[in-house]
Design a binder for this molecule. Structure first.
Ligand SMILES: [Fe+2]
Length: 353
């Protein structure tokens, strides 16, 4: 994934000082005793290219300095090992499973914030205030512009024999697909999910492989007519951020937002928690509240083609063109809880074989 280069720290500081001067705050920097610097410390698994503009926006809005540490793997282990001495105030990651792992490992603390409660729908945050989704990504269908006339689909319908030999998908064991199968289990139970997964497997045009974008590539190549992928990859491909080849892949597809029968479109989320031992707790809450502000939600939408978590916040035009998103009504905590059963089913039906 390619991202615009983050602005240099010096440029950021220059911008902040300029903004402070405009606001008349600069006086405090030159006259009288200097107060201790306000900071917030963030551990994040999110791409720095996306996260940095959010943090810069927060600093510009509040004057609070952000220290961020990008951690690809082992975020929870690190915070646990640091214990009470951990400098982390906020932990940011993707996937409900990762968020709940943080909560279950005891390294999140409950936050009562009327701002967060008003901004984030109840099914997209922990009832106890220990985790908050900040953006959503829909699991959608990429369909051939030339060969598929359907304009609506259900996830159940992916097992329809009409798609025999026409479906492309990445490994069932990838967290995106495991969560989708887990959501199916929550909707319909394990027995029906097994029957469905066998039907989906019977429709495969090739072995599950690659990433989501390769489904669009293989639709262009005539290998398949339909693929399952995340919504934001279409934004990355169509915008040209993924390079010229991917623009061509995206030209070959239309996007349909499937729904579960009696439900909506499956989403996975990005989100954050306030760390249990946060030394700057108040600033951590301020940061989370900033991240659901219109300015920050717009950065999620434009920077990474994600769906803002705040209902009604604008989405990028490329994503808006898919039509309105009706987020599935299942409890994300239940979906995370069904991941083990989903993984077992994937093995049982030999989905990836
Ligand atoms: Fe992804």
């Amino acid at each position: 994934m390619r991202h615009r280069l983050a602005p240099s720290l010096r440029a950021t500081r220059r911008r902040f000082l300029a903004a402070a001067a405009v606001l008349g705050l600069a006086a405090g920097l030159t006259a009288g005793p200097v107060a201790a610097e306000e900071v917030v410390n963030i551990y994040t698994t999110r791409e720095p290219g996306l996260a940095k503009p959010l943090f810069d926006g927060f600093t510009a809005a509040t004057g609070i300095k952000v220290n961020s540490v990008f951690i690809k793997d082992g975020l929870v282990e690190r915070v646990k090992a640091e214990g009470a001495a951990s400098p982390a105030d906020v932990l940011m990651t993707v996937d409900i499973g990762n968020l709940l792992d943080i909560v279950d490992q005891g390294v999140a603390q409950p936050i009562a914030s009327p701002v967060l409660d008003a901004a984030i729908p109840a099914n997209l945050r922990g009832a106890d205030g220990r985790w908050f989704a900040l953006s959503a990504r829909a699991r959608v269908a990429y369909v051939s512009k030339d060969r598929v006339k359907d304009t609506a689909l259900t996830y159940e319908g992916l097992a329809d024999p009409a798609w025999k030999g026409k479906l492309c998908i990445r490994s069932g064991k990838h967290p995106y697909n495991t969560a989708l199968i887990a959501a199916f289990i929550v909707h319909h139970g394990e027995a029906k999910a097994e029957e469905w997964l066998k039907g989906v497997k019977a429709n495969l045009a090739r072995k599950p492989a690659g990433g989501d974008r390769e489904n669009a590539r293989d639709i262009l190549g005539g290998i398949c007519d339909i693929g399952v992928g995340n919504s934001y990859y279409v934004g990355l491909m169509r915008s040209g951020k993924g390079g010229p080849d991917q623009e061509k892949w995206a030209e070959a597809i239309n996007v349909i937002l499937p729904t579960f029968e009696g439900g909506g479109t499956h989403v996975n989320v990005s989100g954050a928690v306030v760390a249990a031992n946060a030394p700057n707790r108040a600033n951590a809450v301020k940061l989370l509240e900033y991240l659901v502000s219109p300015a920050a939600q717009d950065l999620y939408a434009r920077g990474n083609f994600e769906y803002p978590v705040v209902p009604g916040a604008p989405v990028d035009p490329i994503i808006a063109a898919f039509g309105p998103l009706k987020v599935d009504n299942v409890d994300l905590v239940k979906v995370a809880g069904a991941r083990k059963a989903a993984a077992d089913l994937i093995d049982k039906v030999g989905f990836d074989n």
